[in-house]
Each structure stands twice: as C-alpha cells, then as structure tokens.
Ligand binder design. Structure first.
Ligand code: FE
Length: 156
C-alpha cells in the first residue's frame, strides 16, 4: 500500500476475533443452578455461598505429597505443595498462591469480623481467607477449605 493512502480495512473475520478477544477476560461464568448440579450441595455451600467446612475435618488437611492444589470448582491451579505448611488452625494452609493473579482478595466484614476473603480469580468461587500471621517471608497464611480444592499429585 502507498504511504498516505487509505488504511487497509481489516478482514471481517479479524474484527470478529478482536471482539471475541476483548470479551474473553479468562473468567468462567456459570449459573448458580449449573454450579449446584456440578458441585453437589456440600461443595456448593462452601464454594458458591462462602461457607466454611468444620475445622479438622477436611480431606486435604494432612496431605504431604508433592503436587498442585487446584480450584475445586474450575481446576484453576492455585497452590503448590511446597507452599503448604502445618498451621494447626484446622484448615489446609499455604504461605502464598502459586501465582498471585490466580486468586482474588476481597474485604469480608461478615460474622462481625474484618477478614480478607480469597476467591478463585477464574470462576470467582470462595476458597477461604488470608491472614497476616504466616511463617514465610510474605507473612501471609492462606487458610483454605479442603472442599474448595482438589489435589493433583505430581506425576512420577
Ligand atoms: Fe475456580
């Protein structure tokens, strides 16, 4: 094309792609009815209604193997096994997420407390809370429900 000439018009398919790209913010949205059907009532109460499992009851509390903890609702990779530590608080605890962008932190003033809620950044499901008394250099303790997670052992 000559310099100063009319700009080339993008192909209509390219326009559609760019529209799609703008809409695709990498989040996953489902209706609450879909979530309930998929997760079952117990997990739904925790993940979608910000419930809390009873302390010292979670299936992942004593897991020590190497692997990755993913979101129980959408499979987003959230925590690695090397960030897990024994906090004695009754829920699986991690010093930090695998990547900060994979979680979303929100102010939570429920139950007469000021806490910071942790949600999956991809599907917006409730994971737990983060506190500032952790043992690592960042000082954070991610206190996460077992029911909000699935554990994927590292393949040998
Ligand atoms: Fe998720």
């Amino acid at each position: 094309m000559k310099r100063g000439g009319a700009p080339t018009r993008p192909h209509p398919a390219a326009l559609r792609w760019r529209w799609y790209e703008r809409m695709n913010d990498n989040t996953l949205r489902k209706s609450e009815a879909e979530w309930l059907a998929e997760l079952g009532p117990e997990r739904y109460r925790i993940l979608r209604q910000a419930g809390t499992e009873r302390p010292f009851t979670g299936s992942l509390l004593d897991v020590r193997e190497d692997g990755t903890y993913v979101c129980g609702a959408c499979g987003n990779e959230l925590f690695t096994a090397d960030a897990k530590f024994e906090s004695h608080c009754g829920w699986p605890s991690f010093t930090q997420p695998e990547e900060q962008k994979n979680v979303r932190l929100l102010e939570d003033r429920s139950h007469g407390m000021l806490r910071t809620e942790v949600r999956c950044a991809r599907c917006d499901s409730h994971l737990g809370h983060v506190f500032d008394d952790g043992p690592g250099p960042l000082g954070t303790r991610y206190c996460i429900n077992s029911l909000s997670l699935n554990f994927r052992p590292k393949s040998p």
